[in-house]
Design a protein around this ligand. Sequence first.
Ligand SMILES: Nc1ncnc2c1ncn2[C@@H]1O[C@H](COP(=O)(O)OP(=O)(O)OP(=O)(O)O)[C@@H](O)[C@H]1O
Ligand SMILES: [Mg+2]
Length: 232
Amino acid sequence: MIVGRRAELVALDVLLDGAVGGAGGALVVRGEAGIGKSALLEYTVERAAARGGPVVSTAGVQAEVHVPFAGLHRLLRTVPDRGGAAAAMLDDPDTLPYRAGMALLDLLGEAGAAAPVLVAVEDAHWLDGPSWEALAFVARRLGADRVAMVLTARDGEDVDRRLAVAALPEVRLEPLPVPTPRCCSAGWPRNSGRRWRSGCWSTRRAIRSASWSWVRRLPARAARRCCRPGCR
Ligand SMILES: Nc1ncnc2c1ncn2[C@@H]1O[C@H](COP(=O)(O)OP(=O)(O)OP(=O)(O)O)[C@@H](O)[C@H]1O
Ligand SMILES: [Mg+2]
């Protein structure tokens, strides 16, 4: 379950809805390591799959960051029907990223005519250069297709450079705000120190692991609030 990313989830749902209606698009979800990029991509994949459309996917792999078209090759193999055949063009060392992009665009357009397609690209910061260029080329041209593309990218100088010229819509994940424990104002003892200030989740953890006597020191209503699921 995704916690506290309502605006981002809405943006992803809007993107999927657009693809269903023939107004495709792309979104780069970026942010620091562990911030929740993959979790959002997973959510999008689940939503797209639940709508019955195909999901084609690839992932940047650090070991293949210098292998031309490694990422696109992996993606084409997941495209229904003619994807495998299209992958053969990548064997030609003269293939240019925009040519590969045009081939992919055709394939996605065809697939999208049957059902809306999601292109899921994980860890785009580790995509090889030609694959990134080809996918960015496609991402900028999805407006009339039933295709949505979501890419995740970890913050870093390379990503900054790539995104600065890619002209792709992006959403940057910020750290989730610490939930305000309502129980604090309702009587949590001030001398409980750091623990109560860090919010109800850690408060509940502290209660579980440390001392039920904390709870006993609370007024009954506040204790109930602290311990009930979803208290924020
Ligand atoms: N909003 C959230 N709600 C619930 N769980 C979350 C949320 N954000 C992150 N997580 C969990 O935190 C962990 C790390 O998140 P995730 O793998 O998505 O990070 P990431 O940004 O993709 O990191 P990396 O850059 O290393 O790939 C996962 O177990 C994920 O399920
Ligand atoms: Mg990730």
